[in-house]
Design a protein around this ligand. Sequence first.
Ligand code: ACO
Length: 385
Amino acid sequence: MSSLKEPVVIHKGLDNVYVKESKVCFIDGEASKLFYRGYSIEDLAEHSTFEETAYLLVNGKLPTRQQLQDFGKLISSHRTLEPGVLQLLRSFPTTSDPMDVLRTAISALGLYDPQPATDNINERTDKALRILAKTPTIIAAFDRLRNGREPVSPQLNLSHAANFLHMLTGKMPDPYDAHVMDVALILHAEHEMNASTFSCTVTASTMADMYSIITSGIGTLRGPLHGGANEAALKTVIEVGDPSRAEEYVTRALAEKKRIMGFGHRIYKTWDPRYVILKKLGAELASKKGETKLFGTAVAIEQSALRHLAGLPVFPNVDSYSGVVFHMLGIPTDLFTPVFAMSRIAGWTAHAIEYLEGNRLIRPKALYVGQTSLPYIPLDARGTR
Ligand code: ACO
């Protein structure tokens, strides 16, 4: 029932709805292009670092040498967890999903901030960077605790990427591994108004604090339709197990109307530019690590799927190789989505801050199609069913 005077258009899934103007990210899904603040993802992957890219996203321009140094120092100074948060991680069931742990621990970080809420944009950004700095520490500490090992303290002189691998394994990472990790973080740092970024934007629009904003993003990223495809793609590669079995797998999966994980994208109707970069790095990593069978299986699945899906606008996306790359870096499979979050906090922050600069509470509508004016039925008069 509706008393609307004007025709209503329902945008299910909010497809093609623009919620703001933005200078953070541009995707041309027809031309395989991705830009952060105007800089191509290819240039950033080749020349930048995660710290520099995070600065670019959050502040809108590339830093000077001094600004980059100061930013790096600020991030590393926030890496150590408050004893209360570490104690909390120790108290969690070791069987907990790491995304649930991350969501809860980031929420708890706000309890140790003497003034979590602020209207000041600079203070909001500082709080977001505090969260960004501590996220790798939370992920690595929980992974070690659940395996009966003590957390490794953050190293202040290592990059975001190298420090994470060090805290995870307890060993100084190979420089090439640290480089690949750094590029993977750059590639995942931002992707326009996806579901988790929208969640963060909605929460920001209520003027909620930064801990609530980032926690919203984590909750949304957790869903298998958003953050989990790389995990599923790796599982497929491991199950297929050998390049010679790829064709049989793809034929059967498509005959059973299953989707090939790591293929297709709502925006890219051609190659995902992040896939191109990650595949190249993955090939080098595989030959260094002697993981050529695993990598070769991923390539064989890709080639077979491309043959079968020819004619459809379905191409490999970033997840076709990100899981394989994370696996070769020694990252446990259920940490892939937390690692995605660890990087995406930069993009979430950039969008939340940008939205707040001309804030308008996000409050869409639902078209009511139920009844009205029903007579209230007393409980005793409702029967048994
Ligand atoms: N495998 C097989 N067929 C596919 C795939 C796939 N991975 N993706 C799309 N198709 C087919 C669809 O069946 C559909 O065919 P039809 O028209 O005959 O029904 C056609 O291609 C168009 O697909 P849509 O569903 O319209 O594509 P949409 O843009 O809605 O979906 C999505 C995009 C959800 C990512 C989809 O491609 C998919 O499920 N892929 C697998 C999961 C995945 O890799 N997700 C990661 C995305 S990247 C990221 O989130 C970081």
